[in-house]
Design a binder for this molecule. Structure first.
Ligand code: SAM
Ligand code: DTB
Ligand code: SF4
Length: 328
């Protein structure tokens, strides 16, 4: 491992307030991108992109009411509830992802929280996927005492749990679990020594101040997350937010830039919503400091760009896939 890959997000002491983050959002676009790119180059290889593939191992039928999500049982969407996927099937998909060049494999379950017998199954999946030489990530909802440790012992590298939006706007989007619940899960993930993957969604109808509020929450976690997915709302028919107005793509790029500036060493992932973006907007996201993408034709239930299209985009931009990039 070289010095770049060894950098840890720990030992940070910068505390961000919303006013200073709003100040970043308000900078002239070119100045903001230049600042973000300078910071990016200080901490990362500027022509590398980290590739994570996603698999929904337990789809739909979720008890929560997240108003953006097609997997909530409360909304009528095209998603059908399924059982937990068998281990062999998960391994098959993970092998394909690895052979396509993915470095990390993230398994998502539409649960409020995993039950003990479900966690035992997930632990087997983690060990098997890790055995293929992939970094492992899971997103299973809230965790109870001891569960993060069980996942760690099975070989888990990252736990994904998003804050989604600012504390002030949160109640407009989800009512079945609190912001505090999310922070508690993040704390147990951290305590178990796992890498934290935590980000949010923009385009939910939040204000710029509320976008800044999300970034402030993320950047003030101590230490801030190793991995920060920034999702652009994928508007899915049947969900309460399906009729939302599109966010100006330049505002999305600003959000990426502000995440890069406030969390210099994190991997900032240009996450859901890429399929709806032009190549030019994606390239600007990379310039703004995004250095990771979800790679593979499916996110969890919705579509993502084709592998070949992404390979072509990366080639045209002379971007190379990163090697294993764990923060020790
Ligand atoms: N059920 C678990 C949970 O919510 O913690 C894990 C899976 S959940 C689908 C993971 C994340 O996907 C959510 O926190 C949200 O940020 C993102 N997400 C879900 N639906 C989305 C959509 N329509 N557009 C953008 N991001 C979305
Ligand atoms: C994250 O921040 N985004 C991913 C992953 N973590 C689990 C999920 C995006 C889901 C988009 C809607 C869908 O495909 O269902
Ligand atoms: Fe369930 Fe997660 Fe979707 Fe919320 S985001 S409804 S918890 S699957």
């Amino acid at each position: 491992m070289n010095t770049l890959t060894q950098q840890s997000a720990s030992h940070q002491n910068t505390k961000w307030n919303i006013t200073s983050i709003v100040g970043l959002f308000e900078r002239p676009f070119m100045d903001l991108l230049f600042q973000a790119q300078q910071i990016h180059r200080t901490h990362h290889r500027p022509n590398e992109i980290q590739l994570s593939s996603l698999l929904s191992i337990k789809t739909g039928g979720c008890a929560e009411d997240c108003s953006y999500c097609p997997q909530s049982a409360r909304y009528t969407t095209e998603v059908k509830a399924e059982k937990l996927m068998p281990l062999e099937e998960v391994v098959k998909v993970a092998k394909i992802a690895r052979n396509n060049g993915a470095q990390r494999f993230c398994m998502g379950a539409a649960w409020r929280n995993p039950k003990p017998h479900q966690l035992d199954e997930i632990a087997k999946m983690i060990t098997a996927v890790k055995g293929l030489g992939l970094e492992t990530c899971v997103t299973l909802g809230m965790l109870e005492e001891g569960q993060a440790e069980q996942l760690r012992d099975a070989g888990l590298d990252y736990y994904n749990h998003n804050l989604d939006t600012s504390p002030e706007f949160y109640g407009e989007i989800i009512t079945t679990r609190t912001y505090e619940d999310r922070l508690k899960t993040l704390e147990s993930v951290r305590k178990a020594g796992l890498n934290v993957c935590c980000g949010g969604i923009v385009g939910l109808g939040e204000s710029r101040q509320e976008r800044a509020g999300l970034i402030a929450q993320l950047a003030n976690l101590d230490p801030y997350p190793e991995s920060v997915p920034i999702n652009n709302l994928v508007k899915i028919k049947g969900t309460p937010l399906s009729g939302n107005e599109d966010l100006d793509p330049f505002e999305f790029i600003r959000t990426i830039a502000v995440a890069r500036i406030t969390m210099p060493k994190a991997s900032v992932r240009l996450s859901a919503g890429r399929e709806q973006m032009t190549d030019g907007i994606q390239a600007l996201c990379f310039l703004a400091g995004a250095n990771s993408i979800f790679y593979g034709e499916k996110l969890l239930t919705s579509s993502n760009p084709q592998v070949q299209a992404d390979q072509h985009l990366l080639e045209r931009l002379n971007l190379k896939a990163t090697g294993v990039n764990l923060h020790p």
